[in-house]
Design a protein around this ligand. Structure first.
Ligand SMILES: Cc1cc2nc3c(=O)[nH]c(=O)nc-3n(C[C@H](O)[C@H](O)[C@H](O)COP(=O)(O)OP(=O)(O)OC[C@H]3O[C@@H](n4cnc5c(N)ncnc54)[C@H](O)[C@@H]3O)c2cc1C
Length: 338
């Protein structure tokens, strides 16, 4: 149907209008979707965000090539042992390192950050193809591309990235998200975990529940309250072992992934660990580079909290061919997959 509509629109060489197309809400600019939509061929210059567009679910040849390559790797290297992995409560670190070597962690992240420079579509295809052979390994690919690591890459400073990202992308460490609280689940704006300024530090008090992978994570992206209201919410990075921070007894979600309650009791973290600071006016902000930097990003906190997927769609729309099949990931690793 999409192809027919496209042909009609092209034949008419007309402006795209609602009467030509199935209506579909487009959440990102078409070039950011890496060919997932046929809009490039339509006689429209720049469809606005929210335009009504055609959706074509056919994979491009390069997407198909990438999917096939990942599928071969998953069949040969991950299918053996899949059952054992599924029944183990432990995070399979050896598999995480293998997936990292294959370029399947950080697929959408910029190459300068140590990622593959791919797109959302590549990451989704990788998860899909790995899941067909080993669901537990697909969880690793998911954790290495979406959720807190995605937010971290989007908002961390160069120094924070340098400190934490290499180990995360090498499959040697995990980052866990501390957002939900015992009394603030869906109503996340009710979160109470506090961050109180103390010189060049913040003192964290409160608790979190349901943080996926928290029993084995080394780094925690924790949403905190710097002050009242939505504008008072921000996030900090807390490392395992920081005095005043305790990870509780592990529990399992129905999918087998583990979580623990997180407890913060006068947990002191340096200002450098603020990811998204409180929204204060420039005149009130401190002279510290970190404070200014964090304040500048504060207005994006809501996007970061609720729209990891949308953040993914803003990733560079470099082509798969340039990054995952023909060059870095594939020349370097994926061809070895099969
Ligand atoms: C597999 C899994 C992994 C997770 N991983 C993480 C993680 O890594 N980090 C993290 O911080 N959290 C995580 N969570 C927690 C998840 O974000 C919360 O479960 C979610 O925010 C809902 O909160 P809640 O469970 O307290 O439900 P509640 O907020 O208590 O909601 C219960 C029910 O009430 C409904 N409801 C709530 N408010 C209203 C309202 N105003 N009007 C109508 N209906 C309403 C909800 O839709 C829901 O059906 C995870 C959860 C799951 C299941």
């Amino acid at each position: 149907m999409a192809a027919i509509i496209q042909r009609i629109a092209l034949a008419q060489e007309d402006e795209l209008s609602v009467s030509h197309v199935f209506w579909f809400f487009l959440a990102a600019k078409p070039e950011e979707l890496d060919g997932g939509l046929p809009l490039h061929d339509l006689p429209i210059e720049q469809p606005p965000i929210g335009a009504f567009c055609i959706m074509d679910f056919t994979l491009s040849p390069e997407h198909q090539e990438f999917a096939d390559s990942v599928a071969r790797f998953a069949r040969d290297k991950l299918a053996p042992g899949a059952l054992e992995r599924a029944h183990s409560s432990h995070y399979p670190w050896d598999t995480a390192r293998l997936l990292s070597e294959q370029g399947l962690l950080g697929i959408t992240f910029p190459e300068e950050d140590g990622g593959q420079g791919g797109t959302l579509m590549h990451a989704v295809l990788a998860i899909q193809q790995v899941a067909l052979h080993c669901p537990k390994s697909a969880d690793i690919v998911q954790a290495g591309n979406f959720g807190p690591i995605r937010t971290f890459v989007e908002y961390a400073s160069p120094e924070q990235k340098k400190r934490f990202l290499p180990d995360l992308l090498a499959g040697q460490k995990l980052i866990s998200l501390g957002m939900t609280e015992p009394d603030a689940g869906s109503a996340v704006t009710e979160l109470k975990t506090s961050a109180t300024e103390d010189g060049d530090h913040y003192i964290i008090n409160g608790s979190k529940v349901f943080s996926t992978h928290s029993p084995e994570a080394e780094l925690f992206l924790v949403y905190v309250r710097f002050g009242p209201g939505v504008g008072g919410i921000g996030s900090v990075l807390i490392e395992k072992g920081t005095p005043g921070f305790e990870v509780g007894k592990p529990s399992s979600f129905m999918n087998g992934e583990q979580w623990s309650q997180l407890y913060f009791e006068n947990c002191r973290i340096p200002r450098e660990n603020v990811l998204l600071g409180r929204a204060v006016s420039r005149s009130r902000s401190r002279a510290s580079t970190w404070s200014v930097w964090a304040t500048r990003r504060a207005r994006w906190r809501w996007v970061a909290m609720r729209s990891t997927m949308r953040a993914s769609m803003r990733s560079p729309a470099s082509s798969l061919g340039a990054n995952c099949v023909n060059s870095r990931a594939c020349n370097g690793s994926l061809p070895r997959c099969g």
